[in-house]
Design a protein around this ligand. Structure first.
Ligand SMILES: [Zn+2]
Ligand SMILES: [Zn+2]
Length: 361
């Protein structure tokens, strides 16, 4: 089958690989739509550590083609969305209501049993986050999929697998934005726009979009931003001015850059929340005055995968899409074939799409 493989740091290509059938507890999914996410790029450029060679892709939807032994969650023909975190239901975090931290598997490029299903010339090829769905097919753990209604558009379903869940979940689950709240969002790409949609759905009265790109901020208004502030000026001062000097109830950072994280924290009001969503490099640090947290009672909150319980939340987000509350069609600004993936990554780096989606055709 054809797959997008990062062969070493800063190199990737579309190539043919071999795929084994699913083992016990695994399913074979024929991919229909795969979102192109910054985290895929972060594997290529080394921001997120990974073994090589590795099949990219961790945001996708498709149709179950075959199931391994002991699989009861899905059957062939089911339409499914993939989750890049398994949900075993039994580990400490699953048992304590935080399945987005499930420890059923190590993200080491293998399946849960520590072996791989993808090979090339007999050698193991790893997969990103148990999935590696930037390929015609993916063999994935059954505890990484959830069935969805067959009427749902696959492009919309794919987005729910990572970016939309991360962003909308950051607003409505991690932060629990409430009606009438004030919100600022640093970074208005696909995830930032999803935070904005989540804040809008939660009933926030003021949603301030902060970005360097005027085009992205204008786009953010389509999804619910009420104000825009350019990151190129003095965004902290401008957010303060827009909130009568208080700062916002909820400030989100969706880039993972130390300077915007620091601005995000400054923009949270006394007693407010700064929610960190963007994934930065491991060696980077941000700094906060030792005085500031005790005196202001601000909270700095880390957001992993929008605090998702994917078995309940993926269908819930798709219900919000079906009823029109969540605009997913408007987020898909371009589709690509697998062979066009180099162009998809170039467009991602230039930030021209809200989200690019691969249609596996
Ligand atoms: Zn992603
Ligand atoms: Zn678990």
């Amino acid at each position: 089958m054809k797959a997008v493989v990062a062969t070493e740091r800063d190199r990737f290509e579309v190539m043919n690989v071999d795929l084994d059938p699913p083992n016990a507890g695994e399913v074979l999914v024929k991919m229909v739509a795969t979102g192109v996410c910054h985290s895929d790029l972060s594997i290529i450029n080394g921001t997120i550590p990974s073994p090589f060679p590795v099949v990219l892709g961790h945001e996708g939807a498709g149709i179950v083609e075959q199931i391994g032994d002991e699989v009861t969650q899905v059957a062939p023909g089911d339409h499914v969305v993939l989750s890049f975190i398994p949900q075993c239901g039994e580990c400490y975090h699953c048992a304590h209501g935080q399945p987005f931290l499930c420890t059923a598997g190590k993200p080491d490029g293998c399946q849960l049993d520590g072996t791989t299903r993808v090979h090339r010339d007999g050698d193991a090829v790893f997969v990103m986050s148990f999935l590696g769905n930037m390929a015609e097919y993916a063999v994935v753990p059954a505890i990484c999929v959830v069935p969805i209604e067959k009427t749902i558009d696959f492009k919309a379903a794919a987005l729910v697998g990572c970016g939309v869940t991360t962003g909308v979940g950051a607003a409505i689950k991690t932060a629990a934005v409430h009606p009438g709240a004030t919100v600022a969002v640093f970074g208005c790409g696909g995830v930032g726009v999803s935070v904005i949609q989540g804040a809008r759905i939660a009933g926030a009265k003021q949603i301030i979009a902060v970005d360097l790109s005027a085009e992205k901020m204008e786009n953010a208004r389509r999804f619910g931003a009420t104000h825009t502030v350019t990151a190129g000026g003095d965004p902290v001062r401008e957010v303060m001015e827009l909130t009568a000097g208080f700062g916002v109830d909820f400030s989100f950072e969706v880039i993972g850059h130390p300077s915007t994280i620091e601005s995000c924290i400054k923009c949270a009001r006394r007693g407010g929340n700064a929610v960190l969503v963007g994934v930065g490099r491991a060696q980077e640090r941000f700094s906060v005055s030792s005085l500031i947290l005790p005196l202001t009672a601000k909270n700095i909150v880390g957001c992993m995968y929008g605090s998702v319980n994917f078995k309940a939340d993926f269908p819930m987000y798709l219900d919000l899409y079906r009823t029109g509350a969540l605009d997913l069609d408007g987020m898909v600004s371009r589709t690509y074939s697998l062979d066009e993936v180099p162009q998809a990554f170039a467009d991602l780096e230039r930030g021209v799409n809200t989200r690019g989606v691969i249609l596996h055709g």
